[in-house]
Design a protein around this ligand. Structure first.
Ligand SMILES: [Zn+2]
Ligand SMILES: [Zn+2]
Length: 295
């Protein structure tokens, strides 16, 4: 398989097939998470983004996963969460999964990443149709990769602040979000090299899809420059969506996993009904597309 990269023209037609321009109203409209100017100068104590000094006066209820996403991944209304040590909670009603960890202003700023993630999860029933042979046409679904990364980061931050994440060995993690994660989440800084989404898969590997499943476990990485070689810190999470593992690394994992994948395809055993997922990643200031071509 060979890939070629080329920048996307903002007025190009979106590959999803809807007659819309990429940059305008379709899949790849950029999801800004910077709160609108001017900055407020307020640090609301219980908002985890308080160090950015740009809060509003009121706290809001932040759901770890929006209602629409929960309805797709947990139609029976129950969710399970794991970490390195095992199950954190099992079959908890999703309506209880939220806490007051963000102010209204910061919560609103993240609504665009929720929308991007919702579009991603809405493909679940389509995948099932392809695998069940109920779909004979092919389709392309496009996603702006950083929005999905920010959505994963937002989930980790909310769970961390709610005291639900633990380190290996079961020690409770400190409930505050590192300042550089906040700057990434709210768009004040670009992603450092090698940080972001990884797929623990090989090119051409086949995966098993488990409909309506979502769980999350934490990962830790060695602390850079620490004198104690065993000292490790929370550095991301593995989210299993439909049984497929997506790893968000907030650090350089130094693994041969696929970093920021550009495309994967879903097909049933009869090779009918191809569903192609394309992920677009910013290169400098332009989004670039990678189109795979079989030689
Ligand atoms: Zn589109
Ligand atoms: Zn805030």
């Amino acid at each position: 398989m060979q890939y070629s990269m080329r920048p996307i023209h903002p007025r190009e037609r979106c590959p999803c097939g809807q007659s819309r321009k990429i940059g305008a109203n379709c899949c790849l409209q950029s999801s800004k998470t910077v709160p609108p100017l001017p900055k407020t100068g307020i640090s609301l104590p219980r908002c985890y983004a308080a160090p950015l000094a740009d809060c509003s006066e009121k706290l809001s209820l932040e759901h770890y996963w929006s209602h629409a996403i929960q309805a797709l991944v947990a139609p029976k209304g129950l969710l399970t969460l794991r970490d390195e040590e095992g199950v954190i909670f099992e079959n908890v009603p999703v309506k209880n999964l939220g806490s007051n960890v963000l102010c209204e202003r910061h919560n609103n700023a993240l609504s665009s990443v929720d929308a991007a993630a919702l579009r991603f999860f809405q493909t679940g029933p389509e995948i099932v149709d392809v695998l069940d042979g109920k779909r004979s046409t092919s389709a392309v679904r496009c996603f702006e990769g950083e929005s999905l990364e920010r959505w994963m980061l937002k989930s980790i931050c909310a769970l961390l602040c709610a005291g639900l994440l633990k380190k290996k060995g079961g020690t409770q993690l400190h409930r505050s979000v590192p300042a550089h994660w906040l700057r990434l989440l709210f768009g004040a800084e670009p992603w450092p090299p090698a940080w972001g989404l990884y797929l623990p898969a090989r090119m051409g590997q086949q995966m098993t899809f488990i409909p309506e499943s979502l769980d999350l476990s934490t990962i830790d990485l060695p602390v850079r420059g620490a004198s104690d070689r065993d000292s490790r810190e929370l550095a991301g999470a593995i989210l299993r969506m439909g049984g497929v593992e997506c790893v968000l690394c907030l650090g350089d994992p130094g693994t041969p996993f696929l970093y920021r994948p550009t495309q994967f395809k879903i097909q049933n055993s009869q090779m009918q009904g191809l569903l192609t997922f394309r992920f677009y990643w910013a290169h400098g200031r332009t989004l670039a597309a990678s189109f795979g071509q079989r030689d």
